[in-house]
Design a protein around this ligand. Structure first.
Ligand code: HSE
Length: 305
């Protein structure tokens, strides 16, 4: 009647795939306990790690849980414990991990009536509370693992994209908070046709490179000419990090989700460690506190512990 789960961090956008592409990390994630109880309703009983609201309607995990609860209308209730390791506003899908965790755990306790796409659909409601806009590019990789492409939000359609086996990510998190809602508000409503052409050429070839394990093509495709010029201004020393990563052998770098984390994709663990060391060296000089780590691409996604 109780289940403990690991809900992973994720990188959304992946340079040219704003709001549609994402991948799943395996070295960072939240732990959550979901419990079946007699008393009807959804109650958050414990939150550790960060200060977040306990009221279900104000909590991302609570809102997605309520969406599923209202669909099932069971004659019992659920309690949720959240052990948060992913800092809210860090750009690696903190709200998505919470939103997905509650519904994944409830689904397990209910005997798995819902598909992964349906779980993502419930979780969109929770995610929307945090970012004030519905998007699933962090939710889908957390649920499915690996790389995912949100083909359409309505109806929700998710494609799983293969992850080349030797692909690693280096993530630096400069310790400032950027709210997704705010970093969405600074984006332009319209884009130039020439920029759109460049972006979809890169996006198509990035997807092709993931299908064909073509690291050279991946390197040529990991560019973002639409979002990065705006959001890079919010991240201190962004271009220094990026240049350092590319010089140290990264295939490409970009803003992770809405920032401030910056991801670099690398071929092999050795390259990923080199990139980590190089970025660490330059960022140590900025006086800004940061975390930096290397992660494998997590092809499993959210799981029972
Ligand atoms: N695609 C979303 C954005 C992800 O960039 O605003 C937010 O984590």
């Amino acid at each position: 009647n109780e289940i403990k789960i690991f809900s992973p961090a994720t990188v959304a956008n992946v340079a040219c795939g704003f709001d549609v592409l994402g991948f799943c990390l395996d070295s960072v994630g939240d732990e959550m306990v979901i419990r079946k109880v007699d008393k009807k309703g959804v109650k958050i009983t414990k939150i550790e790690g960060f200060d977040l609201p306990f009221e279900s309607q104000l909590n991302v995990a609570g809102v997605s849980a309520l969406a599923m609860y209202d669909a099932v209308k069971p004659d019992f209730g659920f309690e949720i414990e959240i052990h948060k390791n992913i800092k809210p506003g860090s750009g690696i899908g903190s709200s998505a991990a919470s939103a997905v965790g509650s519904v994944f755990g409830m689904n397990e306790l209910l005997g798995r009536p819902f598909s992964k796409t349906e779980l993502t659909q419930f979780a969109i409601k929770g995610e929307a509370l945090a970012s004030k806009c519905e998007h699933a590019d962090n939710l889908a990789p957390a649920v499915f693992g690996g790389f995912t492409l949100v083909k359409s939000l309505s109806p929700l359609e998710i494609l799983q994209i293969p992850s080349p086996p030797n692909l690693y990510a280096t993530i630096i998190y400069p310790q400032i908070e950027i709210k997704t809602s705010e970093s969405r508000a600074i984006l332009p409503k319209e884009v130039k046709l020439q920029d759109a052409i460049t972006q979809w050429a890169n996006f198509g070839s990035l997807i092709h490179s993931l299908h064909t394990d073509n690291y050279e093509l991946m390197q040529k495709s990991l560019h973002d000419v639409i979002i990065e010029p705006y959001r890079s201004k919010l991240i201190p020393h962004y271009y220094e990090v990026k240049n350092e990563a590319l010089n140290a052998g990264a295939l490409g770098s970009g803003i992770s989700g809405s920032g401030p984390s910056v991801f670099s994709l690398c071929e092999g663990i050795k390259a990923a460690n080199n990139v980590r060391d190089a970025i660490e060296k330059v960022y140590s000089k900025t006086g800004i506190e940061f975390d930096i780590y290397v992660s494998r691409i997590n092809t499993e996604g959210i799981k029972v512990l």
